[in-house]
Design a protein around this ligand. Structure first.
Ligand SMILES: Nc1ncnc2c1ncn2[C@@H]1O[C@H](COP(=O)(O)OP(=O)(O)OP(=O)(O)O)[C@@H](O)[C@H]1O
Ligand SMILES: [Mg+2]
Length: 416
C-alpha cells in the first residue's frame, strides 16, 4: 500500500506548482489577461491544473483507503476469536472470566497501537514526499559567497573593469560581455546607451555582484568586488532595476526599504531629489498614502520616481539607474539629473537610457554594441567620432526615433 501511495504522493506535489503558478501569474498580471481577453483560456488552464491534482489525489487516497477497514476487520476478528476460545476455556474451567477480560483489554491495546502505527506510515509517506522538496530548496547553494575575510568598508565610488568576460551559463556559446576595460572615477556621471540586448544591464549587474565575472575582475573603490562583504557592497551600490517593484504599504514604508532608519525628513529630501514630492504632496494622504501590491495605484513614471527615491535613501557611493526614467517626461528627467549633479556630487552615477537627452550631459558616455564597448567619451567626442552614437543622436534630434529605429535606418542605408 505504502509503495503505491508514495509514488502517487511524489507525483501529486509537483502538480501543485502548476496550480500555484497559474494563480500567481493571473493575479499579478490581471491587467494583461484582461487586455488580451485571455480570461477563458486562463480559467481553463487553472481547471486543468486543479483537475490533475484532484485525479492524482483520488488515486493516492484510493491506494490507502483500504487501510482503515482492514485494521477494523483484524481487530473485530481478534475480539471474536478471543471471546470464542475464551468462552470454551471458561466452560472447561481453564480460564477465569477476569483473565478473559484482561486478555481482551491487552489485545485491544496492542491492536489499536498497531493501527496508529500504520496510520503513521501513511503520514510519513506523505511527509517524505514534501520533505524531499523542501530539502531541495533549503540545500540550494548560492553561487555567490562571501570571502573568508571580507572587507566591510567601501572607500569610494571608483569603478574599474579589467578585461572582463561574462556569460550567464557555463555552456553558453558566446560570452554576453566581451573583454570590457573601463575606469570610472568616483563622482563621475556616466551615461550608458546601446541597442536592446547589447548587455547594458549585464554590465551594471556585475558592479553590485549580482553575478560573478567569468574572467577578469571588477573593482569598486580599488578592491575586487569578490573581496567585499556582499551586504556592505550592495548597500554602497544602489541599483534601480529595469523592472522595479513597489510593495504593498505606505509610501514611507516603501521608501524605508532603502534605509529602515531614515527619518521622515530624509525620506522627503530623497523624494524631492527624485522629483517624487511634487505628486506625493498632491495626494490626500501624502506620504502615508497606501501603495497597492506591485504599485498598482501609481503611474509608471511615479513608480519609477519612488524607486529612485528609495535607492537614494541608502546614501550610496554608486547609484545605477537602469532605464529608470523611461516613463518619466523629459522635463522631469532633466530636473532629476540636475538635482543629482548638484546635490549628490560625490556619488558615482551610472545612467542607462534609450533617450540621448537622458545621457548627453553626463561626464562621459559608454556606447554598448553586442556586449562590447563601441565608444567611450563625452557627448561632443562621440558625436564627432562614433558612428552609432552620431546616427542615434541625429535620428532623435531630427524628429524622434529611438535607438533601434536608428539601427534600422542604418541597416537600410547599408543595404542600399
Ligand atoms: N538572466 C539571464 N540569463 C541568461 N541570459 C540572459 C539573462 N539576462 C540577459 N541575458 C542575455 O544577455 C544579453 C544581454 O542582455 P541585457 O539584459 O544585458 O541587455 P540590455 O542591453 O540591458 O537590453 P535592454 O536595453 O533591453 O534592457 C541578451 O542577449 C539576453 O538574452
Ligand atoms: Mg537592460
Amino acid at each position: 500500500m505504502i509503495r503505491r501511495a508514495t509514488g502517487y504522493f511524489r507525483a501529486a506535489f509537483p502538480k501543485y506548482d502548476d496550480l500555484n503558478e497559474s494563480v500567481q501569474e493571473n493575479v499579478s498580471a490581471i491587467r494583461v489577461v484582461k487586455a488580451f481577453v485571455r480570461e477563458d483560456e486562463e480559467i481553463n488552464k487553472f481547471k486543468k491544473a486543479s483537475d490533475a491534482i484532484y485525479k492524482i489525489f483520488c488515486k493516492a487516497e484510493g491506494a490507502t483507503v483500504y487501510q482503515f477497514p482492514a485494521m477494523m476487520l483484524t481487530i473485530y476478528s481478534c475480539i471474536l476469536l478471543i471471546s470464542w476460545v475464551g468462552a470454551k476455556l471458561i466452560v472447561t474451567n481453564s480460564l477465569t472470566t477476569g483473565e478473559l477480560m484482561s486478555l481482551l483489554a491487552y489485545c485491544m491495546n496492542i491492536l489499536i497501537s498497531l493501527m496508529i502505527l500504520s496510520m503513521m506510515f501513511i503520514m510519513i509517506t506523505m511527509g517524505s514526499a514534501s520533505v524531499s522538496r523542501i530539502y531541495e530548496v533549503l540545500t540550494e547553494e548560492s553561487e555567490i559567497h562571501n570571502p573568508e575575510n571580507p572587507i566591510y568598508e567601501i572607500k569610494d565610488g571608483d569603478i574599474v573593469f579589467d578585461h572582463v568576460n561574462f556569460q550567464y551559463s557555463a555552456d553558453a556559446d558566446e560570452p554576453v560581455l566581451k573583454d570590457i576595460n573601463l575606469h570610472i572615477k568616483s563622482g563621475e556621471t556616466i551615461g550608458i546607451i546601446g541597442s536592446t540586448g547589447s548587455a547594458k544591464t549585464s554590465l551594471v549587474n556585475l558592479i553590485s555582484r549580482l553575478y560573478d565575472v567569468t574572467e577578469g575582475s571588477v573593482q569598486v573603490g580599488g578592491v575586487d568586488v569578490r573581496d567585499y562583504d556582499c551586504d556592505s557592497l550592495r548597500n554602497a551600490v544602489s541599483v534601480v532595476l529595469q523592472s522595479n517593484t513597489l510593495f504593498s504599504g505606505t509610501i514611507y514604508e516603501n521608501l524605508r526599504w532603502g534605509n529602515e532608519n531614515a527619518t521622515d525628513e530624509e525620506c522627503r529630501k530623497a523624494c524631492e531629489l527624485a522629483c517624487a514630492s511634487e505628486f506625493i504632496d498632491k495626494m490626500p494622504e501624502g506620504y502615508n498614502t497606501h501603495i497597492e501590491q506591485g504599485g498598482a495605484n501609481v503611474s509608471g513614471g511615479q513608480k519609477q520616481r519612488l524607486c529612485i527615491a528609495r535607492a537614494l535613501l541608502k546614501n550610496p557611493k554608486v547609484l545605477i539607474l537602469d532605464d529608470s526614467t523611461s516613463a518619466v517626461d523629459t522635463t522631469t528627467d532633466a530636473k532629476i539629473r540636475k538635482a543629482f549633479r548638484e546635490l549628490i556630487p560625490g556619488t558615482t552615477k551610472l545612467i542607462i537610457a534609450q533617450r540621448i537627452s537622458s545621457v548627453m550631459d553626463a561626464d562621459r558616455i559608454i556606447v554598448m554594441e553586442d556586449g562590447q564597448i563601441n565608444g567611450f567619451g563625452t557627448h561632443d567626442e562621440l558625436v564627432a567620432n562614433n558612428k552609432i552614437y552620431r546616427e542615434v543622436y541625429e535620428s532623435q534630434t531630427s524628429g524622434g526615433g529611438d535607438f533601434d529605429e536608428a539601427k534600422g535606418v542604418d541597416a537600410g542605408k547599408e543595404g542600399r
